[in-house]
Design a protein around this ligand. Structure first.
Ligand code: COA
Length: 331
């Protein structure tokens, strides 16, 4: 549990969705799929697709500006920027440095965290830990993804699932206002790294004519295996964090899950015994936006009035790695 001496608050949230929307029917015009198949298997109706200017850093900066305005914090007061992404603008420098530059500030600690769809919760825990040292006061945590840039648009088993977007939160250790971060529980199992990955583009398979011809610079997934693992580990990490904090599932006012697939979320709802109405859902509009999924959903939940002062909120995610994570927040 987070020490009460230096409590960390979420003082603002923000999000950004690219303008262009791609519906299931639009997809069916160029891959062999249908709205019926996609909606029945996933709950997704449409997703946003970034244009050339909407890079991961540009979308992250837009979400960050909204969160900073909500927190009433000047960009110069940000001491730490942690960005969760698996689609950075480039391998280096970090997307956090690019966002820092876009915000027109200098000096803050900047780093990227790569934990795929669990990335935002990983980034939140890293930022919280840094704030708790007492050396920093305000952190900007961003989840941003341009997944359209790594999707194989000829592979119907993956390209229908994902979308682009960004979300952000301002975390502060010197504010009396805001939602209190209660706890985190993160984990990973690298032995399952091959179920969901992008093999090319790193140092083991750099870009060559052969790697391009073998389509190794696209996201690859063994969907059924990922599905089973997601149900298992997301349910478990949710139960673990509740037990760790002596909170019963029925005491949760809202669950903000990683928005990957409605059937995964339904099975977690059954496992926790929490009615689906208490889950905040927006995957019909955005699909799976990986590290951006939780902060976009959190921002929309907050703005729509779903989160009320005093509510206990569970954030829970799962992603490539495998990675998983949960966080409890007192709104
Ligand atoms: N449109 C139409 N048919 C499709 C299709 C699509 N977009 N994608 C796959 N199919 C077909 C397959 O080719 C297969 O056909 P076949 O029976 O003739 O071989 C059939 O549908 C069933 O495929 P399968 O992969 O077994 O489907 P599924 O029920 O497992 O559903 C997923 C596929 C991807 C929706 C599901 O496995 C899933 O959601 N997995 C988790 C993915 C995820 O959330 N990843 C991110 C984690 S962070």
């Amino acid at each position: 549990m987070i020490s009460a001496q230096r409590s960390v608050k979420i003082t603002g949230t923000g999000s950004y969705a690219p303008r262009k929307s791609l519906s299931n029917d639009d997809l069916a015009k160029f891959v062999d799929t249908s709205d019926e198949w996609i909606f029945a298997r996933t709950g997704i109706k449409e997703r946003r697709i970034a244009d050339e200017e909407e890079t991961a850093s540009a979308m992250g900066t837009s979400a960050a500006r909204v969160a900073l305005a909500e927190a009433d914090l000047a960009p110069e007061s940000v001491d730490v920027i942690v960005v969760a992404t698996m689609t950075p603008d480039m391998l280096f420098p970090s997307t956090a440095c690019l966002i820092q530059n876009d915000l027109g500030i200098a000096g803050a600690v900047c780093l990227d965290v790569e934990a795929a769809c669990s990335g935002f919760l990983y980034a939140m825990e890293v930022a919280t830990g840094l704030l708790q040292t007492g050396r920093y006061r305000n952190a900007l945590v961003v989840g941003t993804e341009k997944l359209s840039s790594i999707l194989d648009w000829e592979d119907r088993s993956t390209c229908v699932l994902f979308g682009d977007g960004a979300g952000a939160a301002v975390l502060s250790s010197d504010s009396s206002d805001g939602a209190t971060v209660i706890d985190f529980k993160l984990g990973a199992d690298g032995s399952k790294s091959d179920v969901l990955s992008m093999p090319g583009g790193g140092s083991s398979i750099p870009a060559t004519q052969d790697s391009l011809a073998a389509r190794q610079h696209f996201l690859k997934m063994r969907g059924r295996e990922v599905f089973k693992l997601a149900v298992k580990v997301m349910g478990q990490v949710a139960l673990d964090i509740l037990e760790q904090n002596d909170i019963r599932p029925d005491q949760l006012s809202c669950v903000v899950p990683h928005q990957a697939n409605m059937r995964i979320i339904d099975s977690i709802s059954s496992r926790l015994g929490i009615p689906i109405e208490r889950f905040f859902l927006n995957l019909d509009k955005y699909g799976n936006t990986s590290a951006a999924s939780i902060p976009i959903a959190l921002d929309e939940a907050a703005r729509s009035g779903r989160l009320k002062s005093g509510d206990t909120v569970l954030l829970v995610a799962f992603g490539a790695g495998l990675t998983w994570g949960a966080s409890l927040v007192k709104w």
